[in-house]
Ligand binder design. Structure first.
Ligand SMILES: *[C@@H]1O[C@H](CO)[C@@H](O)[C@H](O)[C@H]1NC(C)=O
Length: 285
């Protein structure tokens, strides 16, 4: 029995450390709509959004950010999710807003989700790239990350970059870098367009549809407050390397692998859509 204390105390220390580092979603987010369909449960460890015939639901971050490397784990609506759309994005306010989007378009059981991405700067988007994933995003949680610094925006899934949007201000393309953004997420019905122009209707016998979130991490982000931003933990002597992070060779190779094998739409190769010529950022090396 005497040995118990020596066995238990290291375990206790470890569990306290884990508890301290796990995010509390109650502190980071507010449920904004859905009349009880969105919930934060398990002491702030898990957030769920649900959708039924009457309504979807959504939440937003308490913080606004100006640059960051932000992770969230998501588990998407399983089974027949065709017609449901699930967005997770950063956005500023006003008519010339900036926005960085992940959107997940559900599909019939066994058919792949479409991961849709877009970047708006000063109210202008039209920069879609779409992907299929190399795993089933409904079977388990996966990490979806946005790296946003003054030089680039990188979308990643489980640490694999899927898209890089570089600062092309030198070519006259505005880049999001002056307007703080909040995180928003919602789950709603879009069977009028999401299923190849409304081909498949949402199967309401499967409702409610539920998506889950956990392990939010904004430790590497600049939080905007009263007109100033503060980046990361102030105790760090190394500063905020992610503010100038770029893709190393290994990551560039991963990005190419995704773009070669999983990209299903790229506005930069859609010449028909841009008869006056492709947007200038498409010609960046
Ligand atoms: C659903 O799966 C089909 C078959 O693979 C695919 O053609 C379609 O683009 C998918 N739809 C969405 C919304 O992802």
């Amino acid at each position: 029995m005497a040995n118990y204390s020596t066995i238990i105390s290291p375990l206790l220390v470890i569990s306290l450390l884990v508890a301290a580092s796990a995010s509390n979603l109650n502190q980071d987010f507010d449920i904004t709509w859905g009349d009880g369909r969105a919930k934060i449960i398990n002491n702030g460890e898990l957030l769920t959004l649900s959708l039924d015939k009457a309504s979807g639901s959504g939440f937003q971050s308490r913080n606004e950010y100006l640059f960051g490397s932000i992770d969230m784990q998501l588990k998407l609506v399983p089974g027949n999710s065709a017609g449901t759309v699930h967005a997770y994005y950063l956005s500023s306010k006003g008519s010339t807003w900036d926005e960085i989007d992940f959107e997940f378009l559900g599909n019939l059981s066994g058919d792949p989700y479409t991961l849709h991405t877009n970047v708006f700067s000063q109210g202008k988007g039209n920069r879609e790239q779409q992907f299929h994933l190399w795993f089933d995003p409904t079977a388990d949680f996966h990490t979806y990350s946005i790296l946003w610094n003054p030089q680039r925006i990188v979308f990643s899934v489980d640490g694999t970059p899927i898209r890089e949007f570089k600062n092309a201000e030198s070519k006259g393309v505005p880049f999001p870098k002056d307007q703080p953004m909040r995180i928003y997420s919602s789950l709603w019905n879009a069977d009028d367009w999401a299923t190849r122009g409304g081909l498949v209707k949402t199967d309401w016998t499967q409702a409610p549809f539920t998506a889950s979130y956990r392990n939010f991490n904004d430790d590497k982000a600049c939080v905007w407050s009263s007109g100033a931003s503060s980046c990361g933990s102030s105790s760090s002597s190394t500063g905020s390397p992610w503010l100038s992070e770029e893709l190393d060779t290994a990551k560039q190779n991963r990005l190419k692998w995704v773009q070669d094998n999983y990209m299903i739409y790229n506005y930069c190769t859609d010449a028909k859509r841009f008869p006056q010529g492709l947007p200038p950022e498409c010609n960046m090396s």
